[in-house]
Design a protein around this ligand. Structure first.
Ligand code: ZN
Length: 234
């Protein structure tokens, strides 16, 4: 009697280990479920907004602010929609009929809006993403959606740059990935040191983009950054 369920279980395990990507996706959704369970209710979140309004020095019960907690919590739903998206899943569907195409694929000047995890204020900028395919490619809009999935979370630019590059490398397994991000941080322009017009640049180079200078240069030329010295750290 007890044998049947055990056999079923080990069959299940075999299916699971057949694809490490599937396992990864499953554990990611388990983490997401755990996070969701801990999420406060909308009413609790609205009360927190009222507290912040009082902290700012205003009166949450005055007419102009009555609908604000509701609007802010709904806006948070948009700003942070990335927590409900699995970036690896976006790249799951690939195309292998590429007629021997073995040149770089580059998407440049992709605008994004994110939020700094230290001050909860916007980070606005653009990303350039490139990869050198290894027998398979993804639909080009998918790269932009991976960026979006990470941008719509609380971020620091360095982490976001590396997360995008690593996800593309892990799931698509190309010969290499390059991600360059330039962005203005409102925590720097509207508060603190008040330095408008400053763009922060970050890059992650993986595979051939890291090991082969010619490939890296070609990518930088394609995104209009050739000759720049900001990548001296790669
Ligand atoms: Zn900040």
């Amino acid at each position: 009697m007890s044998k049947a369920p055990t056999a079923r279980k080990s069959a299940k395990r075999a299916v699971k280990s057949a694809s490490s990507a599937t396992v990864k996706l499953r554990s990611a959704s388990a983490t997401k479920a755990a996070l969701k369970a801990k999420r406060p209710t909308k009413a609790e979140a609205e009360n927190a907004v009222r507290t912040l309004l009082r902290w700012a020095g205003d009166d949450p019960s005055r007419e102009g602010l009555l609908g604000t907690p509701d609007r802010v919590t709904r806006a948070y739903g948009e700003f942070f929609a990335g927590y409900d998206v699995d970036p690896a899943l976006i790249l799951a569907r690939t195309f292998e009929e590429i007629e021997g195409y073995d040149e770089m694929v580059v998407l440049r000047d992709i605008r994004f809006e994110s939020h700094c995890e230290h001050h909860l204020v916007p980070i606005i900028g653009k990303a350039h993403i490139g990869y050198l395919p290894n027998k398979r490619v993804v639909g080009i809009s998918k790269l932009a959606r991976v960026l979006e999935a990470y941008a719509k979370r609380l971020q620091i630019q360095e982490k976001m740059t590396s997360q995008i590059a690593k996800t593309i490398q892990d799931v698509l397994q190309p010969k290499g990935v390059a991600v360059v991000i330039e962005a203005a941080h409102q925590c720097m322009t509207t508060r603190g040191v008040h330095k408008p017009g400053v763009a922060m640049m970050t890059s992650t180079m993986l595979g051939v983009f890291r090991t082969d200078e010619k490939t890296r240069r070609e990518f930088l030329a394609m995104i209009g950054k050739a000759g720049g010295t900001f990548l001296s750290n790669v």
